[in-house]
Design a binder for this molecule. Structure first.
Ligand SMILES: CC(=O)SCCNC(=O)CCNC(=O)[C@H](O)C(C)(C)COP(=O)(O)OP(=O)(O)OC[C@H]1O[C@@H](n2cnc3c(N)ncnc32)[C@H](O)[C@@H]1OP(=O)(O)O
Length: 535
C-alpha cells in the first residue's frame, strides 16, 4: 500500500489543489491487504478526512491477505494411519531439531515419544516471530479489513471519495470501492468477492471462465456500482481529473468557478417537446437539421455518470455560468432493463423489462437518491432537478422490488442537502402525485426552490385519473343535458310528451335521448378532461 499527498495545478486551481492518493501495490504479495497495509490505508484516509481533502483510491488487489507460515512447510511430517498413507494421517508433527529452530510462540505443540525420539505434534500454527507471517496471515487481516471498511464509510460522509479500479479488486478491495461510492472502472478491472475458480470449486463444476463474468463492467455498470467505464489507464487518469474539475479543493468550500466558454446571458434554443425526446439534448444541446441547438448548461460541460443503471433517470455533473452543479433529469423515452441469465443455473434466461419514460422505477428511484447523496457529500454542488415525472411505478413487481424504500430515500437525501436545490418542471413536462411530494421544497425549505415553465403541468392525478375519481358518469350526464342544445330540445319534448300522456311518443323521445347521450358522451368526456386539466 502506498499513499501520497499530491498537489495538482488545474484550470480550476492554477495555484494548486491537494488530494490524498492511496494505491495498492499489486507487485507486493499480489496487492493483498495485510494488517500493515490496512493501517497505512486507514492513516492516509484519516489524514484526508482531517483536512477535508479529496481521497482517491487506485484499486488493484487480491483482497485480505491469505497467509501461511511458509518457513514450516519443508519440515512438516505426517504420522500415517497404520503407516499406510492411503488410510490418511493421525497427526502432523515436527522433529525435535526442527521444532527448536523456530522462535517461541511460532507453533503450539505437545510432545510424543516414538521409538525413543521426541516428536512435536502440532496443535496450532500461530506464526509469531516468523518472517512470512509479518503483517498477518488470518483473522487479524479480517480485523484490518474491517478497520478500513469503517474508515472508508466515514470518509464518504466527510470528504470527496473516488475509486479508480485499474485491475482486479477482490473482497475488501471491492467493498472499499462501494463504500467510497464513486467508482471509475477500467474495462479489465473486475470487482469480485472471490476468484471464479474458487466459485467453480464450490459449485462442483466449471460454470465460470473469467473474473469479468462476475464483476466486469457488463455487470457493474447495469447494477449501478460503476459510475464510469474507461478503456485504459490514460483515460482513467483523465476521468479522475475531469471529475475533480467539479469538486471543491476541500470539503469546507464551494465548488470551483471558472469563466464559462459561452456567455451567461444566452438563449437555450433546444425546446423540450410533449413527445418523447432525449433529455441529454436539453442539458447539453444537440445538432439538428436546422443547425446547432444549445442546451441548458455551458457548452461541453455536461458529463453523465451511471448511464447504464436506472435508465429512466439521467444523472450527471455540469456547469452553469461556470458554476459546477449536480444534474438530475428524466428520460421521456421507454427504456429496457436487462436481467442476465445466471450461468450457475442452466434453466435461467435473460429477461428484458421495458420501463416507460417519465416514471420512477425502483432502480431509477435508488439512482436518484444515490446521486443526490453523492452531490451533497464532499462535492457541495448546487443541484438542478428537471422534474418531469408522471409518478412512481406502483405495480406489484415494483412494490415487491422496494420502490417505496427507494422513493423515500430521495426525501432522506434532500432533507440533508446543504447546497441550493432548484426543482424545475421544464416545458411540456409534468409532475404528478408522489413524484411531486418527494421533491417538494417543503422537504428542505432553506435550500429548495421550485419553478415551473408556463408550458408545464402539475397535479395529483393526470386528468383521466381525476375524471375517474371526481367527475363520474352521473355528473357527465348532468353536464350533457345542461350544455348540449340537442339534448335540451329533446328534454323539453319529453316533458311535453309525458304531459300529453301519449306513451309511444315519450318512448320514442327517450330512445332519441339515449342515442344523443352516446353521441355527445365523447365530446363531454373531453370537456371533463379539460375541466380536470384546468383545475
Ligand atoms: C475480506 C476479504 O477480502 S475476503 C477475500 C480474500 N481473498 C480472496 O479470496 C482472493 C484469493 N485469491 C484469488 O481468488 C485469486 O488468487 C485472484 C482472483 C486474486 C487472482 O487469480 P489469478 O490471477 O489466477 O492469480 P493466482 O491465483 O495465481 O495468484 C497470483 C499470486 O498471488 C497470490 N495471492 C492471490 N491472492 C492472494 C491473497 N489474498 N493473499 C496472498 N496472496 C495471494 C497467490 O498465492 C499467487 O502467488 P504465487 O505466484 O506465489 O503462487
Amino acid at each position: 500500500m502506498i499513499a501520497w499527498r499530491c498537489t495538482l495545478c488545474s484550470p480550476e486551481y492554477p495555484a494548486g489543489r491537494d488530494m490524498v492518493l492511496i494505491a495498492n501495490d499489486v507487485t507486493h504479495k499480489a496487492g493483498s491487504f495485510g494488517v500493515d497495509e490496512d493501517i497505512l490505508f486507514q492513516k492516509a484516509s484519516e489524514y484526508a478526512r482531517e483536512r477535508g481533502l479529496p481521497r482517491i483510491h487506485i484499486a488493484c488487489n487480491s483482497g485480505a491477505r491469505v497467509g501461511l507460515a511458509e518457513e514450516l512447510k519443508p519440515f512438516i511430517k505426517a504420522k500415517w494411519t497404520k503407516d499406510d498413507p492411503s488410510k490418511g494421517f493421525d497427526y502432523l508433527y515436527l522433529e525435535e531439531d526442527a521444532f527448536k529452530s523456530f522462535p517461541e510462540g511460532a507453533i503450539e505443540a505437545h510432545q510424543e515419544e516414538v521409538a525413543g525420539k521426541t516428536r512435536y505434534v502440532i496443535d496450532s500454527i500461530v506464526g509469531a516471530g516468523l518472517k512470512s507471517t509479518q503483517g498477518g496471515i488470518g483473522v487479524e487481516n479480517l480485523r484490518g479489513s474491517g478497520l478500513i471498511a469503517g474508515e472508508t464509510s466515514k470518509a464518504y460522509n466527510e470528504v470527496f471519495t473516488l475509486s479508480y479500479v485499474t485491475g482486479r479488486s477482490v473482497g475488501i478491495g471491492a467493498y472499499l470501492n462501494r463504500l467510497g461510492q464513486r467508482v471509475i472502472q477500467m474495462v479489465n478491472g473486475p470487482m469480485i468477492l472471490t476468484g471464479f475458480s474458487a466459485l467453480n470449486k464450490l459449485l462442483g463444476k466449471n460454470v465460470y471462465s473469467s473474473q469479468d463474468q462476475l464483476g466486469g463492467p457488463q455487470v457493474m455498470v447495469p447494477n449501478g456500482i460503476t459510475h464510469q467505464v474507461v478503456n485504459d489507464d490514460t483515460e482513467g487518469v483523465g476521468a479522475i481529473l475531469d471529475w475533480l474539475s467539479y469538486v471543491p479543493k476541500d470539503a469546507y468550500c464551494t465548488p470551483p468557478i471558472i469563466d464559462p466558454v459561452d456567455s451567461i446571458s444566452r438563449d437555450v434554443t433546444f425546446t423540450p417537446s410533449k413527445t418523447p425526446y432525449d433529455p441529454r439534448h436539453m442539458l447539453a444541446g444537440t445538432q439538428s437539421e436546422g443547425g446547432k441547438l444549445t442546451g441548458f448548461f455551458d457548452e461541453g460541460s455536461f458529463k453523465e455518470y451511471l448511464p447504464g443503471w436506472g435508465k429512466s433517470v439521467v444523472v450527471g455533473r455540469a456547469k452553469l455560468g461556470g458554476v459546477p452543479m449536480g444534474v438530475i433529469a428524466v428520460e421521456t423515452r421507454s427504456m429496457d432493463r436487462k436481467i442476465p441469465a445466471d450461468p450457475a443455473n442452466p434453466e435461467s434466461q435473460e429477461v428484458v423489462e421495458p420501463q416507460a419514460g417519465q416514471v420512477w422505477f425502483p432502480d431509477s428511484a435508488f439512482k436518484t437518491a444515490t446521486a443526490i447523496r453523492d452531490f451533497n457529500r464532499g462535492e457541495n454542488l448546487p443541484l438542478m432537478i428537471f422534474a418531469n415525472w408522471r409518478g412512481f411505478s406502483g405495480g406489484t413487481r415494483d412494490m415487491y422490488q422496494e420502490v417505496l424504500k427507494f422513493g423515500a430515500q430521495i426525501v432522506d437525501a434532500l432533507v440533508e442537502y446543504k447546497s441550493p436545490v432548484f426543482v424545475y418542471i421544464p416545458p411540456g413536462g409534468e409532475l404528478r402525485g408522489g413524484s411531486w411530494v418527494v421533491i417538494d421544497p417543503t422537504i428542505n425549505p432553506e435550500q429548495m426552490e421550485m419553478y415551473a415553465d408556463v408550458e408545464s403541468r402539475g397535479g395529483i392525478l393526470e386528468p383521466p385519473g381525476i375524471v375517474e375519481v371526481k367527475f363520474r358518469a352521473a355528473q357527465q350526464k348532468e353536464m350533457m343535458h345542461r350544455l348540449d342544445p340537442d339534448l335540451r330540445k329533446l328534454d323539453a319534448m319529453l316533458e311535453e310528451s309525458s304531459s300529453s300522456e301519449v306513451g309511444s311518443v315519450a318512448a320514442d323521445v327517450e330512445a332519441q335521448i339515449k342515442a344523443r347521450e352516446e353521441q355527445a358522451g365523447a365530446l363531454v368526456h373531453s370537456d371533463r378532461l379539460r375541466v380536470c386539466r384546468l383545475a
